[in-house]
Design a protein around this ligand. Structure first.
Ligand code: LLP
Length: 420
């Protein structure tokens, strides 16, 4: 991308060489470009707002408080999946009416918190949850606006671990369950079933799954409305794919156009919940080479970053482009097995990976497109640090999350009082 680019053989983020940040705070670390993130937001807004489609950023993709403050300033709503994310959204100053609370297993506590803070929409995923929510709304005597999440049972061509709208997975209500629930709660004093929601998967690079699923949703709308109810909102979820180096992605303009023409004729509000496509390509993970270990057929590049810092390759066989921070003038291609130091064979980022330069211990590399579902999925496995996050704007560097160190974690284990 233009905000993450080479200049004088040095990989820059905005106007800063990444090696300068590495010198300042050490490796590994995540680094985001504010300008790139805002550019993605503006492009998304330009595409969707033309059709009056509202955007709710899926916080799970990257929930750093400073990222959420930018989301708030840009005027987006948010899609939340836990009380913890709700806490963050409140802390970022996002108005509760611009919050959607999704998730298949919201606890009673989380539902209470959502009702008390007047979250704008709760996406309900089961009849059981709806029963609980109705009774809580009576207890609180507070209005609650609900969208029923439907599983449209469409097939989606993405990694099977990140499909969510196919038959047999845990998400949403079946098509048959929806109309009876509408009927059952039509006259409820506090619960307003405002509409339907879907989210069919993630990293989707074609429009067909969306057109198919929307078609199914609209069939339901017809039945519901024929029954005398109104459908005020259709929440179409996220899932728009980005280019991880394979040149596959789903352009905002294309998907916005597609959605707009698919829902033509629907009278209510329409919204989407993109996460990855807003923040994914705005981030990099910077790591230093600890060793280049000779091996056959190709050497191991052993990094100081590991699967606990970046889970996606181990979990989904995901590919992230890996590039050196500094490129030599020698342009001979070398191949490496790129691995981390964690004691697991799956701590492997790439095999037989071509690099434009011959690299040695002490050189640094960057994993590109690691702004979404990377820092948020990190763990302290092997008693490693949760690594820091940095936000760059122009030539300004801000540490937006300090490292959570092994000694900090150890402190939580040093008091072992019996519970009484
Ligand atoms: N809305 C709902 C209800 C969701 O479950 C998700 C993502 C989104 C919106 C945002 O989807 P996006 O636009 O970011 O694709 N950890 C996986 C991705 C899991 C996505 C889960 N749901 C990965 O690293 O690929």
């Amino acid at each position: 991308s233009d905000h993450i680019h080479y200049q004088d053989h040095q990989l820059h983020i905005e106007s800063l060489p990444l090696s300068i940040i590495a010198d300042r705070i050490g490796t590994p670390f995540y680094c985001y470009s504010e300008a790139k993130f805002l550019q993605n937001i503006y492009r998304c807004q330009a595409a969707f707002q033309r059709f009056d489609i509202a955007i709710y950023y899926a916080v799970k993709a990257n929930s750093n408080l400073s990222i959420l403050r930018l989301v708030q300033q840009a005027g987006l709503g948010v899609d939340l999946v836990s009380g913890g994310e709700m806490l963050r959204a409140h802390a970022a100053g996002i108005a509760p009416e611009r919050m959607i609370f999704s998730g298949v297993g919201k606890t009673r506590q989380e539902l209470c918190a959502a009702i008390e803070s007047a979250v704008g929409q709760i996406n309900v995923e089961s009849q059981e949850e709806l029963v609980l929510l109705a009774s809580l709304s009576e207890q609180f005597t507070r209005p609650v606006s609900v969208a029923l999440r439907v599983n449209p049972a469409v097939s989606v061509d993405t990694h099977r671990h990140i499909t969510t709208g196919s038959k047999g997975n845990k998400f949403g209500l079946s098509m048959e369950q929806v109309v009876p629930l509408y009927q059952r709660y039509a006259d409820h004093p506090y619960l307003n079933i405002a509409g339907l929601a879907m989210h069919i998967g993630s990293q989707i690079c074609t429009v067909e799954p969306y057109t198919n699923a929307i078609h199914k949703l609209l069939e339901l709308v017809t039945v519901i409305e024929a029954d005398g109810h109104t459908v005020e909102v259709l929440d179409l979820g996220g899932g728009f794919g980005i280019d991880y180096g394979d040149e596959q992605s789903l352009d905002f303009e294309v998907i916005a156009q597609t959605i707009a023409s698919s829902v033509a004729g629907f009278e209510g509000r329409v919204c989407v919940e993109p996460g990855r496509s807003l923040v994914g390509d705005a981030g990099v993970l910077v790591s230093e080479i600890s060793y280049v270990k000779a091996a056959d057929p190709c050497p191991f590049m052993i990094l100081d970053a590991a699967m606990n810092d970046l889970m996606r390759p181990a979990l989904y066989q995901a590919d992230h482009p890996i590039v050196p921070l500094q490129t030599n003038l020698s342009d001979s291609v070398r191949r490496y097995d790129v691995v981390g130091p964690v004691c697991e064979s799956t701590d492997t980022f790439a095999r037989d990976y071509p690099m434009d330069a011959e690299l040695v211990a002490g050189d640094r590399v960057a994993f590109l497109c690691t702004g979404a579902y990377c820092a948020v999925m990190s763990s302290a496995y092997n008693s490693r640090s949760i690594i820091p996050e940095v936000l760059v704007s122009g030539s300004e560097i801000r540490l937006i999350r300090k490292a959570v160190t092994p000694s900090m974690l150890l402190e939580y284990e040093s008091q072992t009082d019996a519970l009484d």
